[in-house]
Design a binder for this molecule. Structure first.
Ligand SMILES: Cc1cc2nc3c(=O)[nH]c(=O)nc-3n(C[C@H](O)[C@H](O)[C@H](O)COP(=O)(O)OP(=O)(O)OC[C@H]3O[C@@H](n4cnc5c(N)ncnc54)[C@H](O)[C@@H]3O)c2cc1C
Length: 238
């Protein structure tokens, strides 16, 4: 139960930060077709999972119409269908990918040196994620393999969402300390890799860096202590 609550807390913060980032850029008149599709597919799919967990946390009550979580669960399903399905969004993400140089220059955290990550396995994974996007974005292997086109879209989404969260670490926020954001960014990295594991696996036969990422994931430690620290903090806030 604690792990579910922590997971949903981190997903909600990642979604919130990403919505604010894309909305702010749109308000400033920036065209962001790829980021808008990432937002649509990521938030609607994560929303489905969060609402499913909430039903589970409520137990039998979650199933009853008297409790509004049942309604949230049903309504959230529309997110992956209406206004462009998740499959179509993935196709848009892949086709609007601007090329590696432009993509990298648009990232908010250009260096891997984000506090709390330096010298850690997380930093190595971040560098390899960028390297794999660079290598996979050249050539046209994606066009001839539709399943890889979608897997590439997931890889780009993973890096983009993580980038916005990592960038938020140093911004001042009364309710969310730098220390908590560093911890949660590490939890988010693990959750994103689990979430997109099958896509990473699909790409691994075309890209050596992905194989190295999968190997490094096995070396990621401290998951349990990160989760219990986060839960203890949330419990203190209630
Ligand atoms: C509650 C609700 C409200 C709606 N309101 C509106 C509205 O106000 N205005 C409006 O215009 N529309 C509305 N829609 C329609 C909605 O936009 C469509 O249902 C949606 O775009 C999906 O199209 P479709 O139903 O024709 O599915 P299809 O296009 O037939 O897709 C069926 C499945 O095939 C997949 N698929 C299709 N093409 C590809 C491809 N090239 N590659 C991989 N997979 C593919 C889809 O992702 C989906 O999983 C609404 C739908 C619902 C459920």
């Amino acid at each position: 139960m604690q792990e579910k609550i922590v997971r949903n807390w981190v997903w909600m913060n990642a979604c919130r930060l990403y919505v604010y980032h894309v909305s702010k850029s749109k308000d400033a008149g920036k065209s962001m077709p790829m980021e808008s599709s990432i937002l649509k597919v990521f938030i609607s799919e994560v929303g489905e999972d969060v609402s499913k967990d909430v039903i589970q946390i409520f137990g039998g009550y979650g199933f009853m119409r008297e409790y509004h979580v049942e309604r949230m669960f049903r309504d959230l399903k529309l997110g992956t269908i209406g206004g462009g399905t998740s499959e179509i969004q993935r196709s848009i993400i892949s086709s609007t990918f601007p090329g590696f140089e432009k993509f990298q220059s648009g990232l908010l955290t250009k260096e891997s040196a984000v506090s709390g990550w330096v010298g850690n396995t997380e930093e190595k994974i971040w560098d390899l994620l960028l390297k794999s996007i660079e290598n996979l974005s050249s050539g046209n292997f994606r066009k001839s393999h539709p399943s890889k086109e979608f897997a590439f879209a997931d890889l780009v989404s993973l890096v983009t969402v993580l980038d916005v969260f990592r960038n938020s670490i140093h911004s001042v926020s009364g309710w969310y300390s730098e220390e908590s954001k560093i911890r949660d960014s590490k939890i988010l990295l693990r959750m994103l890799i689990h979430r997109f594991f099958s896509s990473l696996h699909k790409l691994s036969d075309s890209e050596q860096s992905i194989k190295e990422i999968i190997q490094l994931v096995l070396e990621l430690r401290e998951e349990e202590s990160l989760v219990s620290d986060c839960f203890a903090e949330l419990e203190g806030k209630l």
